[in-house]
Design a protein around this ligand. Structure first.
Ligand SMILES: Cc1cc2nc3c(=O)[nH]c(=O)nc-3n(C[C@H](O)[C@H](O)[C@H](O)COP(=O)(O)OP(=O)(O)OC[C@H]3O[C@@H](n4cnc5c(N)ncnc54)[C@H](O)[C@@H]3O)c2cc1C
Ligand SMILES: *[C@@H]1O[C@H](CO)[C@@H](O)[C@H](O)[C@H]1NC(C)=O
Ligand SMILES: *[C@@H]1O[C@H](CO)[C@@H](O)[C@H](O)[C@H]1NC(C)=O
Length: 509
């Protein structure tokens, strides 16, 4: 069945090549995919299996994978980027693939994580209060757009605007509480804000539009991870791609489109990709899957002719922030066997005070440390998350400095003057990585969900010179998926979407 399908689309492609082109018939359209992240690799795999076989992936790094790559730390491979399947159910294509390839054997479900919340005054928050306040905060954020609507806010407001309004009301309800408890609850609400910023890769909730959770769709199912999940998934996806079709260590410098570039033969191509090493690669279609951070930094210079205003404005306006991970490996654990997450609450903080960054106290912006399991595989490893300016700042520190700060932090929160020895520390550097320039996208207060669709729209736009070839430059990648941006499944679906766009283009008469 599969082979038959492939043969038919191949036939149709050749037929169209014959009848549709003014020039000499080519073997088939040539597609270049820029970037070998999950979107690019997914797109190339789909093209190849569906009969568009003249495909080349060009990747800047020495490794494929982009934001799903792993790296060696302690006893095992840890995730620099993605770790969880958000929404582990058959509705999630990443879950489906993981299932299909049997990558979830050692699965670790994050459905009911044991959250231990400590304060800088060596107190532990009551689990019932943790649960109650966590639910309150989640409801506010998830429904922020509805709350904003109820209040009759005319302009797009930020998540912080809505959150702080609700917090004011909560504080009036908490007047009866003991002062210590009120302080702890406020500190916890602040911790949850920082945690939310880490989830959104945002510097502050003041930067994120209330429309974020209106556009972003949760897939049913828990967050799930399994050791080596994403690196293994990448290997599986790469199996569909012959080695010679993947060019590594080949950063591209410019994309020249809407042209007539002649190859050595008699074929004419509308796109020319210029690599930093001076090589030129011609194509009928290119799928650009580099991060929004890279588009923001290079968008103007990358494209020749310039991108249409609307597209440039989407690139500039949409949010793309940094979230980094701080991995700590210990000789022996100082946490309980049951603890999955350690939350750090500063009792002197309030949701109103945490809005401003203070780089000299970057560690105050680390809301939680997760325990990495299973221990037999990883050893005793914690991973902290940090976002925003503080996350950019830690990239500039030397690991020893980060390590001693974290030790100091845990001493302060546990009240134990001697803690087990720290064996190693590793901090991800998503912001200074020139081929990512941040972590992932969100809908900032200057943007809308519609801009994500504008970002995803192929070039040339329908209105531009109808005589020029269609679908010259296509856009994939996490940030081009309106309802699943910021995730691996969003990235994968965006790659498949663009591959399907080309396949459909050649299979309709
Ligand atoms: C810290 C962190 C944690 C995350 N956690 C999760 C999670 O738990 N679950 C989840 O679902 N998602 C998570 N994500 C998001 C997820 O990793 C991404 O959404 C997804 O991997 C993006 O894939 P992509 O193909 O769109 O982009 P990328 O993976 O960034 O791929 C783009 C590729 O383009 C290459 N490139 C860039 N510039 C050039 C150039 N000039 N020339 C040639 N090549 C170039 C890059 O090297 C890269 O390989 C996380 C991300 C980060 C950073
Ligand atoms: C930032 O933190 C430092 C170190 O604790 C402190 O001295 C300084 O006052 C803080 N700055 C602001 C603006 O709060
Ligand atoms: C693309 O080329 C066509 C035909 O030459 C021209 O009409 C159109 O303006 C060009 N578009 C851009 C964005 O340069």
């Amino acid at each position: 069945m599969l082979i038959l399908k492939g043969t038919i689309s191949q036939m149709q492609i050749q037929l169209r090549g014959w009848t549709g082109s003014k020039n000499m018939p080519k073997k088939g359209p040539k597609v270049v995919v820029i970037g070998a992240g999950i979107a690019g690799v997914g797109a190339a795999g789909k093209l190849l299996t569906q009969g568009l076989t003249d495909v080349q992936i060009i990747e800047a790094s020495s490794q494929p994978g982009g934001r799903i790559r792993g790296s060696l730390f302690g006893k095992s491979t840890i995730d620099e980027g993605a770790q969880y399947i958000h929404g582990a159910s058959t509705k999630n294509p990443v879950y489906q693939l993981a299932k299909e390839h049997d990558l979830l054997q050692e699965t670790h479900d994050r459905s009911g994580p044991e959250l231990l919340v400590l304060t800088n005054m060596q107190k532990q928050l009551d689990p019932d209060i943790v649960k109650e306040v966590k639910n309150l905060a989640r409801n506010i954020l998830q429904n922020a757009h509805l709350l904003a609507h109820q209040r009759g806010y005319a302009q797009a407001k930020s998540l912080a605007d809505v959150y702080l309004e609700e917090v004011k009301m909560l504080l009036t309800q908490w007047v009866g509480d003991h002062t210590d408890l009120r302080r702890q609850k406020q500190g916890f609400l602040s911790m949850l804000m920082k945690l939310q910023c880490a989830h959104l890769a945002a510097a502050s909730l003041g930067e994120v539009s209330v429309h974020e959770y209106e556009e972003y769709k949760n897939i049913e199912g828990n967050d799930r991870s399994s050791p080596g999940l994403f690196p293994n998934l990448l290997q599986k996806l790469l199996e569909a791609i012959p080695r010679e079709k993947l060019l590594l260590k080949k950063p591209i410098k410019q994309i020249q489109w809407n042209g007539s570039f002649e190859s050595g033969g008699s074929s004419v191509y509308s796109v020319r990709v210029v690599c930093e090493d001076g090589d030129h690669i011609l194509a009928d279609h290119i799928i650009v899957s580099i991060s929004l951070g890279c588009l923001k930094a290079n968008g103007q210079a990358f494209f020749q002719p310039r991108l249409p205003e609307q597209k440039l404005s989407a690139i500039q306006s949409l949010g793309f922030g940094t979230m980094n991970k701080i991995y700590l490996e210990y000789e022996t654990p100082f946490w309980d066997e049951n603890t999955d997450v350690i939350g750090l609450v500063w009792e002197d903080e309030t949701p109103f005070s945490v809005q401003k960054p203070n780089l000299t106290e970057w560690w105050k912006h680390v809301p939680v440390f997760y325990v990495i399991r299973p221990t037999e595989r990883y050893g005793h490893v914690l991973v902290g998350t940090i976002s925003g300016k503080e996350a950019e700042f830690v990239e500039s520190l030397n690991p020893q400095e980060v390590a001693s700060r974290c030790t100091y932090l845990f001493r302060q929160f546990t009240g134990r003057s001697s803690l087990p020895e720290l064996k190693s520390v590793y901090v991800t550097k998503w912001f200074s990585n020139p081929y990512t320039r941040g972590s992932y996208s969100h809908i900032s207060i200057t943007s809308t969900g519609a801009m994500i669709d504008q970002l995803a729209e192929p070039l040339p736009q329908a209105t531009e010179g109808s005589s020029s070839p269609m679908l010259q430059v296509l856009f994939a990648g996490e940030a081009t998926h309106r309802s699943y941006h910021s995730t691996t499944h969003g990235a994968l679906l965006s790659g498949w979407r663009e591959a399907t766009r080309l396949i459909d283009h050649y299979s309709t008469k």
